[in-house]
Design a protein around this ligand. Structure first.
Ligand SMILES: Nc1ncnc2c1ncn2[C@@H]1O[C@H](COP(=O)(O)OP(=O)(O)O)[C@@H](O)[C@H]1O
Ligand SMILES: [Mg+2]
Length: 380
């Protein structure tokens, strides 16, 4: 597969471009292994872009090259139209937040936030004003005189955010900043980070392996796999129109009907539906395709139901039926033994654990992808 070049479609004036961060053919090699493999991406000024991918896919290395902590092996990085090849980290106009807060233990909260201003030789009255403003932004004003060890993890991370933003950097880089926090705190801080992004209008570049976090935070998401960006798109684009099986299964829940599995089993109640679905979407042979259906597009019906003309169907076993308050979620087992999922606002009559049912979908609601073997491990 050739590497796609991703670029935004924003109009660019002749004098200043809209690009906040641009990577052009960037590669990082350790020995002869390319851990970041020829990636190109344009991130707009003021945009919130997330690098999403499994552990080891090259997200941190890419962020670290943008920050200047890791040398680029090949390629160019520009921040606000300036090549940063020879610019040291502290002169790149970036702020950085890591997973492990990294606060100075012997400085107060205010002292921590003041640190980057001291290094930049900002005069004391101005410094005080900027620290106050930054602490207010993260709602930590009343903790200004505390020491970091008197704070919870969530509070420490808010101080780290204030310290990274206090000098108003053009770009804020965050590497799994909420990774060490429990789910409730993480959800709350996610909405805080969103609010702060709207307030400061800097470019935010965020790294996570958590697809829900990526979907809820980002203007666009770059999906990393094996050192490459497999797809760059809005959350909607990735969810509704994934370009690869990896992206489709890594982002969001789905049911995957695979050609090879189809050929190998006789459990499909509608023998030609799968072949038709694949054939209708391109040039894949029946056993080279995979059909991906999102949970809300899959309907469960009694096995003896008649299927609407043109719809596709497979027989499934309901593994679990779970009431979520606003919907029901059904975990399914497909004829080839793989897992699937359906979601419905209304309780599907008869869909109890152990029940055999028919799962149907409209062909236009499914995405047909090449079955390159990249799915499976991420399916629930
Ligand atoms: N200093 C290094 N030396 C050798 N290999 C490294 C080094 N840093 C990272 N790697 C390797 O590069 C790959 C990508 O790592 P990383 O960018 O940290 O991934 P991610 O942040 O997506 O989990 C991994 O296989 C990792 O082991
Ligand atoms: Mg990492």
């Amino acid at each position: 597969m050739t590497q796609a070049v991703f670029s935004n479609a924003e109009p660019v004036s002749p004098n200043s471009s809209n690009v906040g961060v641009r990577l052009t053919d960037v590669t990082k090699r350790y020995g002869d292994k390319a851990v970041v493999d020829n990636i190109s991406i344009d991130i707009n000024r003021g945009e919130f872009v997330t690098f999403l991918g499994p552990s080891g896919s090259g997200k941190t290395t890419t962020l670290s090259m943008i920050a200047g902590f890791t040398q680029v092996t090949e390629g160019q990085i520009e921040i606000h139209d300036r090549s940063v090849a020879t610019v040291p980290p502290h002169k790149r106009d970036i702020g950085m937040v890591f997973q492990n807060y990294a606060l100075f233990p012997h400085r107060t909260v205010a002292g921590n936030v003041a640190f980057p201003l001291e290094r930049r030789r900002i005069a004391k009255p101005e410094r005080k004003r900027m620290v106050d403003e930054a602490l207010e932004m993260v709602h930590m004003t009343e903790y200004a005189d505390r020491s970091p060890k008197e704070l919870s993890g969530g509070q420490q991370q808010r101080v780290a955010l204030a310290r990274a933003l206090v000098y108003n950097p053009a770009v804020l880089l965050m590497d799994e900043p909420l990774g060490a926090l429990d789910k409730k705190l993480r959800d709350w801080l996610q909405s805080e980070i969103k609010r702060i992004h709207l307030e400061v209008k800097s470019t935010f570049l965020y790294v996570t392996h958590d697809q829900e976090e990526a979907l809820s935070l980002s203007d666009r998401i770059a999906v990393f796999n094996n050192g490459k960006i497999e797809q760059l798109g809005t959350p909607q684009e990735l969810y509704q129109a994934p370009k690869t099986l990896f992206v489709g299964t890594f982002v969001g829940d789905s049911t995957l009907v695979r050609g090879a599995g189809f050929a190998a089993t006789n459990g499909f109640s509608s023998g030609t539906a799968f072949g038709k679905a694949v054939a209708g979407k391109g040039s894949l042979a029946g056993d080279q395709g995979a059909v991906l259906i999102r949970p809300e597009k899959l309907q469960l019906r009694p096995v003896e139901s008649s299927i609407a003309n043109g719809d596709c169907a497979i027989s499934v076993i309901v593994r679990t039926a779970t009431y979520l308050g606003n919907a029901w979620r059904y975990e399914l087992i497909l004829p080839d033994g793989s897992a699937g999922m359906a979601k419905s606002e209304y309780e599907v009559v008869q869909a109890v654990a152990g029940q055999a049912m028919l799962a149907t979908w409209r062909p236009e609601d499914a995405v047909v992808l090449e079955d390159d073997g990249s799915a499976g491990e991420f399916l629930t």
